[in-house]
Design a protein around this ligand. Sequence first.
Ligand SMILES: [Zn+2]
Length: 297
Amino acid sequence: MPELPEVETVKSVIAPQITGLKIKEICVRTPGIIAHPGPEKFVRRLTGQKVSGMSRRGKFLTIRTECGDRIVLHLRMTGCLLVTPGKAAEECGEKDRKKYCEEYPEEKHTHLIFRLSEEKEGVQKELRFSDMRRFGRFWLLRDGEEDTYTGMEKLGLEPEDKELTAEYLRAHFGKSRKAVKTCLLDQSVIAGIGNIYADEILFTAGIHPARPANSLLADEWESLAEVIPERIAYFIEKNRITPEEYLETKGQDYRNTPYLQAYGHEGERCPVCGNAFCRMVVGGRGSTCCPRCQKSE
Ligand SMILES: [Zn+2]
């Protein structure tokens, strides 16, 4: 599942390719992925609008239009955005789409396509959304419309927010008997951390994932407040990829796998102490940790 660093990558690859383009046509293959306001209204309202930019909040992406509307989307488990390269508009009329698709075949499980073009005669591209598991969702919020739909309003601080301090973490989790890992996954307190980066953060901080949050000491909260933004920034940096590389791998292979130290390394040696990583279930989620480096009390 894409977490904050991956969603940030998607944004930085896709945004420059679609900003300034006009939405010429929208093809909804799977109406169920449009969560609000329904596929027909979604298409009618957006057709003809111009994309003005893109932003990320937690694991949500927002595509903005010039008139102030926002297309909010969440990739969930397997959602993927892809921009296919531009073609001169005259080569890419309706009858030539077949030819275009021969060159840039649609991914399996493509549910939504935005056909984009420059305002005058010019390049045409497609922004395609594919999703094997079909959990990904789109919402359209009209200019000024209150967001009571997406859940984005309920998100907590971004990891890099200066207000994410040891005091902030302790105020939210300090009395909780829940496992500290479960706390890190609480999107209403910190936005964007999922299973993978929670394991990485706790490994770097030297804290066992199953520790009840109320057992953490002052210096451990300090350490977490320091490690959370540091690790997230590190993985965003390691995730950098060019649009060409992204297209080459169909947006599927930009993950931080080679840089993960704990996640997915069960049974292998810890790079710090040489002991074997072990795997356990914490709060229903598979977790990897080093029993020697990550103190359980
Ligand atoms: Zn270790």
